[in-house]
Write a new protein. Structure first.
Lengths: 260, 352
């Protein structure tokens, strides 16, 4: 009986998630009347704005990953090595983006960095792009920090650092050649999550008025019928691809770190 | 002048003083062991030499150069850790080459030096292996080669054998000593295992509560311990209370007998002293050498193969002694009354 309810709950849950997806996919294939076709996909993929916004978002996602890694890896490493008492505070700070809405952050940015401020980042597109990358870095911080911190937990940070130091290595060499390569898989899983977040992000890009993929999806959704459904399916495939890569990477990590 | 000199070295962690006024002069090519129980400060002294801890006071001079203020990566000191600490992302070759690459040596020189080091530890055939593909003993040998590759001025070994199983421990310690002698490198070895320290060191520093209780050769440390702590920590000792009868004649009352210990006594007539006996100094055999005879009842008797370890109840203290196995004679039975013969020369008088 218990098993029946368990299966029942699972099936209801699956239907709850899958039915809308099936409906949406089904709808996205019905652009040509009476037959299933990929017309909507062809329209979306052929739209130059799709290509532009997608390229823009991918570029920003990669930049966000770089900024995130440069910020988080040394920080998490230093906290583990020298300031372990600071860890709960750092964890709390990295969790803040989950409770502070993106819209609050972006309004804060606009107030602080507008054209009449001491650092008018929004005055140029490049400045605004930089601001957007920093905003994305903040949004991805909870995931990136946790991934890297978990990776650091699997290695003996202190002893490896001391071993490298005794052989003459400075901090840059230690982080670049010893620490980063050993948490690379953790960093990669953080990077895929960051990528998925940036590709789908709407609020920041829209309010900073940048041509990102999120606002494009919204624009298309407001004006067309079949194409938004096709675009949503594409976005899902990208996100799931990222999640699949995380799975793949973590499986690879497990097999790479066999016990001695 | 000594090669490595530690002068008035002190270290406190907050209000806790872990190393008190540590002084030592180590000659070039010497193998020194810091021996002591956990928490005695031996690892802290080692880490101060390596530069991982900053001394609260005192100085560290290597080869005439003051190292006290130098960072660990400026000292050119090789270190081997208990947990191996090989870089998991690098194979054996790259691990050993790490220090040489940092020093900016040319590629050909690095390759030659790494080969030389791998030959030294007999692991030339494992150059492509990653740390997780090797046993603990192999990893620790690679760690040794890695520490030695950049030709450090001093080699520090922080309990390098503790994580290994007993058999490997013995063979690797012999290998370490042999390599050390071959290279003539000044080495400081930290251990809590007295057998390790006794078997491979030129000199041993016995540490207790942040102080060096005694510095001496293994023979001196074992046979002439300076303090009660050294005596009890190094080797097994049976302690017997005695009363001084005549200080000038070195006679004491041991149980019911008055015996001469043939050595100066630290206290005067009527005062109590502690006499200590090593387990190998007693003998049960008929006609055995020994001017002191102690009667007692066998409390326990363990046959360990070549040695029989017996505890003898002498009506108060329990004396522990070992004797070699004799195929013609059964081990003493529990409850049996026997006479233990000890030479007065072999008994130690402890100062405190």
């Amino acid at each position: 009986m218990k098993r029946f309810w368990a299966w029942g709950a699972l099936i209801v849950g699956l239907l709850y998630f899958i039915l809308p997806l099936i409906g949406m996919t089904n709808f996205s294939l019905k652009m040509r009347r009476g037959v299933y076709s990929f017309d909507a996909y062809a329209v979306v993929l052929g739209d130059p704005r799709f290509q532009q916004t997608f390229t823009y978002s991918v570029t920003l996602a990669l930049l966000t990953i770089i900024v995130g890694v440069v910020l988080v890896v040394p920080t998490a490493y230093w906290v583990r090595l020298k300031l372990p008492w600071l860890r709960p505070y750092i964890e709390f700070i990295t969790l803040l983006p989950l409770v502070i809405p993106a819209i609050v952050i972006v309004f804060g940015y606009i107030r602080l960095y507008n054209t009449s401020s001491w650092l008018p980042l929004t005055a140029t597109s490049l400045g605004t792009d930089a601001l957007l990358v920093f905003g994305y870095t903040t949004l991805a911080l909870p995931y990136m920090y946790r991934a890297v911190d978990t990776g650091l937990r699997t290695i003996d940070v202190t002893t490896l650092t001391e071993a490298a130091q005794s052989m003459g290595a400075g901090w840059f060499t230690i982080i670049g050649k010893v620490i980063l390569p050993n948490v690379l898989l953790a960093v990669l899983s953080g990077a895929f999550l960051t990528f998925a977040i940036v590709i789908g992000e709407f609020t920041m890009a829209a309010l900073l008025n940048r041509p990102a993929f999120g606002p494009y999806m919204q624009l298309l959704g407001a004006n067309r019928a079949y194409e938004p459904a096709a675009l949503a399916v594409i976005a899902f495939v990208i996100t799931w691809g990222c999640l699949g890569l995380i799975q793949l990477v973590s499986r690879f990590q497990k097999s790479a770190q066999r016990p001695v | 002048m000594s090669f490595l000199t530690l002068t008035h070295l002190q270290k406190s962690f907050g209000p806790t003083k872990v190393v008190h006024d540590f002084n030592m002069a180590i000659e070039k090519g010497e193998f020194i062991s810091f021996l002591g129980p956990s928490g005695c400060g031996k690892t802290t002294v080692l880490r101060m030499i390596a530069g991982f801890e900053t001394p609260t006071g005192g100085s560290i001079v290597i080869n005439g150069r003051d190292q006290t203020e130098l960072k660990p990566n400026q000292r050119n000191i090789g270190m081997v850790f208990q947990a191996y600490a090989l870089f998991p992302n690098m194979n054996v070759f790259d691990n050993v080459a790490f220090g040489l690459k940092i020093a900016g040596k040319p590629k050909a020189e690095i390759a030659a030096r790494v080969q030389e080091m791998l030959k030294l530890i007999h692991l030339e055939h494992l150059a492509d292996r990653y740390p997780y593909q090797m046993s603990g003993g192999q990893q620790q040998r690679v760690a040794l080669a890695r520490a030695l590759a950049p030709k450090p001025q001093v080699l520090l070994l922080d309990e390098p054998l503790s994580a290994l199983d007993a058999k490997i421990r013995v063979s690797l310690r012999e290998e370490i000593r042999q390599i050390q002698q071959q290279l003539g490198i000044t080495t400081v070895f930290v251990t809590h295992d007295q057998e390790e320290a006794l078997s491979i060191s030129d000199r041993i520093v016995v540490m207790n509560a942040g102080r060096a209780d005694q510095i001496g050769t293994p023979f001196e440390i074992y046979n002439r311990p300076a303090t009660r702590f050294v005596a009890s920590f190094v080797g097994t000792l049976s302690l017997i209370d005695a009363t001084v009868v005549n200080a000038s004649e070195s006679t004491v009352k041991l149980g019911e007998q008055v015996v001469s210990l043939k050595k100066p006594l630290p206290k005067g007539e009527g005062e109590k002293i502690t006499v200590a006996m090593r387990p190998e100094c007693g003998s049960l055999a008929e006609g055995a050498r020994g001017d002191i005879a102690i009667n007692g009842k066998v409390a326990s008797s363990h046959f360990l193969g070549s040695v029989i370890r017996t505890k003898l109840d002498v009506g108060g203290p329990v004396l522990s002694f070992d004797m070699f196995n004799d195929p013609g004679r059964a081990p003493p039975a529990v409850g049996e009354t026997v006479t233990l013969k000890v030479a007065a020369d072999d008994l130690m008088v402890l100062a405190d």
